[in-house]
Design a protein around this ligand. Structure first.
Ligand SMILES: [Zn+2]
Length: 237
């Protein structure tokens, strides 16, 4: 009897993990995703900052005259308040990436409530975006976001700046997949990202695509067909 209970518990957990990854991160139905494809606008976004890399990213963005969107965490903001201020002063869009950099499934509901509610601009009027760490989130995350008036913001293109590949290779791969409306995910932290960003912004300009903030894009809700396309791209290569 006890064994059966353990097996059922394990199956429920596996189901929750699969559901959060497939329906949350990969498909993303109902969350915010890419903007209008015909617009000629794309958005460059950075997760996990601010960090010691932030000044380099700011310099590259300034050189290209581009405004980006930074999804920051509470611990990083507490560690680097001056860098958070520098991002705001430079006119970049600042959004939330969580009070902890923890996957939704590892947080009990009351901690996830605090996770989703935390926002670096909580005192200001909305919209307030929340990008779940690792993109993983469950139906509970959606409910908490609704209750706290946060909108879950995903992406469609990964810059893959955690893979250890060179900047030129990563920029080439990213540009190949980027289209009008794309939301590109990069990170504020890896050593390769400033050079990758530089090559990426040059490449976008050469293709007639203009990088803007997510508010300017703007993002659109991920619909049924688009969700299926995301699923294929996530697991089918
Ligand atoms: Zn992250």
């Amino acid at each position: 009897m006890r064994q059966r209970g353990v097996a059922l518990g394990a199956a429920a957990l596996a189901g929750a993990v699969l559901g959060a990854d497939v329906l949350g991160r990969a498909v993303g139905w109902g969350a915010l995703g890419p903007g209008p494809r015909e617009s000629g606008r794309v958005a460059v976004t950075f997760d996990d900052g601010p960090s010691e890399r932030t000044p380099e990213l700011l310099a590259v963005l300034a050189r290209h005259g581009v405004k980006a969107t930074f999804f920051v965490t509470e611990p990083a903001c507490r560690a680097c308040p001056d860098l958070l201020r520098a991002l705001l002063d430079a006119g970049h869009q600042i959004e939330a990436h969580g009070r902890w950099h923890t996957h939704a499934l590892l947080l009990p509901p009351w901690r996830e409530w605090a996770q989703v509610r935390w926002h670096p601009r909580a005192q200001e009027g909305g919209p307030h975006l929340y990008r779940p760490p690792y993109g993983g989130h469950s139906p509970l995350t959606r409910l908490l976001a609704r209750l706290t008036r946060r909108q879950i913001a995903l992406w469609d293109i990964e810059g893959r700046d955690w893979t250890g590949q060179g900047a030129a290779t990563l920029a080439g791969q990213t540009l190949e997949r980027t289209r009008g409306g794309s939301v590109i995910l990069l990170h504020d932290g890896p050593a390769v990202t400033p050079a990758l960003l530089d090559a990426l912004l040059s490449g976008l300009g050469a293709r007639g695509l203009r990088a803007v903030t997510l508010n300017e894009l703007p993002m659109r809700r991920i619909g049924f067909r688009q969700g299926l396309g995301r699923l294929r791209a996530s697991y089918g290569g």
